[in-house]
Design a protein around this ligand. Structure first.
Ligand code: G6Q
Length: 552
């Protein structure tokens, strides 16, 4: 029997919720004029309003009691001090060291990791300078104009999201592309407009054994060698980012062109390491350092701010509250900024791969719900698509609304229009629309009694949907770094409460293992006895059709 739900602090929140769940947020706002002031805060350039959650001051203090009961501050300190908190892989979790701009020593297994980190940063800086200045030439003496990052999961989503988020800072002369899917279409379509003589590939893989990445890397090498049939061309057009020097060398990449990182950097937490090389190439090393600095600012806030003022702690505990007490199973990420359109995808992996676990660190099944479903899209597109369900659907969904105060692209009053939608949505989700309000509105439209009564139920909105609002002065590298780090620490907080190891990913490993078995059958003899009837039938059907010409 797991002890979390038996903790007095957990039970106290449960009984508190029984009373509070009968209240509407409208009432909570009406009775407390100081609510916004008290339930909003700022750190590392991010302004966060969490007042539109169904909580009172008492709720927050009960949530912090729970945080203390599960030893959140102690776990946080264990992470920062390099303990092996990733127990199933026996590893430290030190992505915070990668952006430790103070260079304060951070040790794990008795050694300071900072000198190694700074050496790789210097190597990235030199390479970034050489490539962007044109000093680094391709095999035929041409300057590199296109960089293609080949990687998947954690070796793709972070750099992809950040490069897009900071597109404003990218140099016009160097384009960055990302190929992740083993579906040949992804690489083929990406390479179509490119010239091998001016293209550089980054093969990004922590393990350098991932099937999808290696398949794309081999195909990219063939593409290169087709026009420059000399192995020496590979040295000018391929670099690798990995922890596995042996495999990189076996692939044929010169170890001189390899950027290392370490096993204590989880894939989905690795954009701060040399996995961030495509980001640095796209926006320049000075901006990459800014990204790290913003994350470091948030790390310092998380490490030292009192729990009651600590934004990752507050958002993490509110998430637990909404998930486990308010019964909300899905959480939407809604950035009102086109540049942040990959943020929902990135956070989907960060959160769901970290906390989508059904056993505790000690391997005991949990008797409570963990990891919410994370999804979303950039506003206002989402408004014209799925917001309907958030407003009036039968399941309650919580959301984070994120927007910059200043846009990089101020066209007329378009930013005001965008933000008007942002504010209107969070207001509507909180307040809803009562029967009386809906009726009054219908009256103003001059509808007759019968038509009004028929429409009325459809025009009522329950409201009481929790939202957090995050306002960023401007989407700069520094602010983006802080925003990502905020979410990383929020995920950490929730993992500690749920007692899970947020840093392993056995579900991902399973996928890698199973696909390997079936691939052998697709390429050789099918072994129907290995599978259930459906899987065997599908494999056989696929193989039979593969033997015939495709329909035109
Ligand atoms: C992330 C996961 C997973 C991983 C990919 C790629 O935390 O472990 O998404 O990043 O499977 O792995 P490689 O970098 O080893 O190719």
């Amino acid at each position: 029997m797991n002890s979390l739900t038996n903790l007095p602090e957990w039970k106290a929140i449960k009984s508190h919720w029984q009373t509070l769940s009968k209240r509407h947020m409208r009432e909570l706002f009406a009775e407390d004029p100081g609510r916004f002031r008290r339930m909003s805060t700022e750190a590392a350039g991010l302004f966060v309003d969490y007042s539109k959650n169904p909580v009172t001051g008492e709720t927050l203090s009960l949530l912090l009691d729970l945080a203390r009961a599960v030893q959140l501050p102690e776990w946080r300190d264990r992470m920062f001090s390099g303990e092996h908190i990733n127990n199933t892989e026996d590893r430290a979790v030190l992505h915070v060291a990668l952006r430790n701009r103070s260079s304060r020593p951070i040790t794990t297994d008795g050694a300071d990791v900072m000198p190694g980190i700074n050496t790789v940063l210097a190597q990235m800086e030199a390479f970034t300078h050489a490539l962007r200045s044109g000093e680094w030439k391709g095999y035929t003496g041409n300057q590199i104009t296109d960089v293609v990052n080949i990687g998947i999961g954690g070796s793709n989503l972070g750099p992809l999201m950040v490069a897009e988020a900071l597109r404003h800072y990218q140099s016009a002369g160097l384009r960055v592309h990302f190929v992740s899917n083993v579906d040949g279409t992804h690489l083929t379509e990406t390479l179509k407009p490119l010239n091998p003589e001016t293209t550089l590939f980054i093969i990004a893989s922590k393990t350098f054994t991932t099937q999808e990445t290696l398949a794309n890397a081999h195909a990219a090498r063939d593409w290169c060698l087709a026009s420059m049939p000399d192995d020496a061309a590979i040295a000018r057009h391929f670099v690798a980012v990995s922890t596995n020097a042996e495999k990189v060398e076996a692939f044929g990449i010169d170890p001189q062109n390899m950027f290392i990182f370490w096993d204590w950097v989880g894939g989905r937490y690795s954009l701060w390491s040399s996995i961030g090389l495509p980001i640095a190439l796209a926006i320049g090393m000075a901006n990459f350092y800014e990204l790290l600095a913003g994350a470091h600012e948030m790390d310092e806030h998380f490490r030292s701010a009192p729990l009651a003022e600590n934004i990752p702690v507050i958002l993490g505990m509110l998430g637990v509250y909404n998930h486990n007490f308010n019964g909300i199973k899905t959480h939407a990420i809604l950035p009102y900024d086109q540049y942040l359109r990959y943020l929902p995808d990135y956070l989907q992996q960060a959160d769901m791969e970290s906390n989508g676990k059904g056993v505790t660190r000690d391997g005991l099944p949990v008797d409570y719900s963990t990891g919410p479903v994370i999804w979303g899209a950039a506003g206002t597109d989402g408004q014209h698509a799925f917001y309907q369900l958030i407003h009036q659907g039968t399941q309650v969904i919580s959301s984070d609304f994120i927007a910059p105060v200043h846009s990089h692209n101020e066209l007329s009053d378009q930013h005001e229009k965008l933000l008007a939608n942002f504010f209107a949505q969070t207001e509507a989700l909180m307040k809803g629309r009562t029967r009386e309000e809906a009726e009054a509105e219908l009256r103003t439209q001059g509808l007759g009694d019968e038509a009004r009564q028929a429409l009325l139920p459809h025009k009522v909105f329950p409201g009481n949907r929790p939202t957090n609002s995050i306002l960023i002065d401007k989407l700069t590298p520094r602010r983006l770094g802080a925003l990502i780090a905020l979410y990383e620490h929020k995920i950490f907080v929730q993992g500690v409460v749920w007692g899970v190891n947020s840093y392993d990913q056995w579900g991902v490993e399973l996928g890698k293992q199973l696909a390997g078995v079936i691939l052998k059958e697709l390429e050789g003899d099918a072994r129907p006895e290995l599978h259930d009837a459906s899987t065997s039938g599908l494999v056989a059907h696929f193989k039979a059709l593969r033997g015939k010409p495709a329909a035109e």
